[in-house]
Design a protein around this ligand. Structure first.
Ligand code: ZZB
Length: 261
C-alpha cells in the first residue's frame, strides 16, 4: 500500500506530555511532526482534527538534527528502511507513551481550512498495525471520521475531552453526483450508522465513498478547484511533498498471516 505521510507539526503539547517532551534533551530545538498516513491527499483541505488510538503505543523518532516524527514504532521501523531517516535502517527513539497522553495537543494540519491548527482526539478504532497509527480526520469525506466526531461531540466526558475540541466547522471539499457536497455525512445517514463501532456498515460506506469520490468527485476548494479528483489527487500530493509537508510512505504488503486461515 502506498500512503502519503502527511507531516502535522506539533504547535502545542497537551499537559499530559508537556513535561516528558521538555525533559528530553535531544528534542531541544527539534520540530516534532505527527505523521498521518493517508490514501487521500486531495482531502487535506477538510482536516478538522487528528486521531490517535488512546491505548496504542507511540514514540518520537529522530529523523535528523532538526526534525523528529511521532508515530508507532512499527511505522518508524518501516520508514527507516525507506530512506526517510538519516541513517538507513536506524530509527532512534527519543520517547515512548500511549496515545491517551497526546489528547488535546494542537498540530498544524497542512492545507486545512483550520489555519490555527487542529486538536489531537481519541479514536478507538485506530489500528496499530496499519499506517502510522496517526489518522488525520476529514469528516466531510470519511464515514469513519464523521461517525467518530459525532460520537466525541455527544459524549465528551466519556472520552475525557473538552466539548469544544469536537466542535468545529466541517466544510465541503469535494462534490459527487450521488452524495452531494459531503459524502460522509450523507452515507452515514443513508446507511443508518449510529456508532463508530458499526463496523460492517462503515466498511461499506467507506468503499462507496472511495469509489464515488475518486471516479466522480470534483474539487470544491484549493488550487485545483473545479478539477476532477482523479486529476487533482497526484497534483495535491506532489505539492505537499514539494513543500516538505509530506513524503511517500510504503507499507509492506503480505503481512504474516497464516495461509490456513
Ligand atoms: C484521510 C482520509 C480522508 C482518509 C478521506 C479516508 C477518506 P484503507 O483504505 O483501509 O487502507 N487510516 C490510516 N491509518 C489508519 C489506522 N491505523 N487505523 C484506522 N484508519 C486508518 O484506509 C486508509 C485510510 O484509513 C486512510 O486515508 C486513513 O484515513 C485511515 F476522505 O486519510 B484516510 C472513504 C475514505 N475517505
Amino acid at each position: 500500500q502506498e500512503y502519503t505521510g502527511v507531516k502535522l507539526e506539533v504547535l502545542e503539547w497537551s499537559d499530559e506530555i508537556k513535561e516528558l517532551v521538555a525533559s528530553t534533551k535531544e528534542l531541544e530545538g527539534v520540530k516534532v511532526y505527527m505523521v498521518a498516513a493517508t490514501l487521500r491527499p486531495e482531502t487535506m483541505y477538510g482536516q478538522t482534527c487528528c486521531f490517535v488510538g488512546p491505548k496504542i503505543e507511540y514514540g518520537i523518532f529522530k529523523v535528523n538534527d532538526k526534525e523528529a516524527y511521532l508515530c508507532t514504532p512499527r511505522a518508524a521501523r518501516n520508514m527507516a528502511f525507506q530512506r526517510i531517516f538519516e541513517e538507513d535502517g536506524k530509527f532512534p527513539q527519543l520517547a515512548s507513551f500511549p496515545g491517551s497522553v497526546l489528547i488535546g495537543t494542537v498540530v498544524n494540519a497542512p492545507l486545512s481550512v483550520h489555519k490555527d491548527g487542529v486538536r489531537i482526539l481519541p479514536m478507538e478504532t485506530v489500528l496499530a498495525t496499519k499506517g502510522t497509527g496517526v489518522v488525520t480526520c476529514v469528516p466531510s469525506d470519511s464515514p469513519d471520521d464523521y461517525a467518530t466526531v459525532t460520537d466525541l461531540a455527544k459524549k465528551p466526558e466519556y472520552y475525557k475531552i473538552q466539548k469544544e475540541w469536537a466542535e468545529f466547522e466541517i466544510v465541503p471539499i469535494i462534490k459527487t453526483p450521488s452524495y452531494g457536497e459531503m459524502s460522509a455525512p450523507y452515507l452515514v445517514k443513508e446507511l443508518k450508522i449510529n456508532s463508530p463501532k458499526d463496523k460492517d456498515a462503515l466498511a461499506k460506506a467507506k468503499e462507496l465513498a472511495y469509489k464515488e469520490g475518486f471516479y466522480q468527485g470534483i474539487m470544491l476548494i484549493g488550487d485545483y478547484k473545479d478539477m476532477e479528483v482523479q486529476k487533482a489527487k497526484p497534483l495535491v500530493r506532489e505539492k505537499l511533498i514539494g513543500d516538505g509537508l509530506a513524503f511517500v510512505y510504503n507499507e509492506p504488503e503480505g503481512k504474516v498471516i497464516s495461509r490456513s486461515g
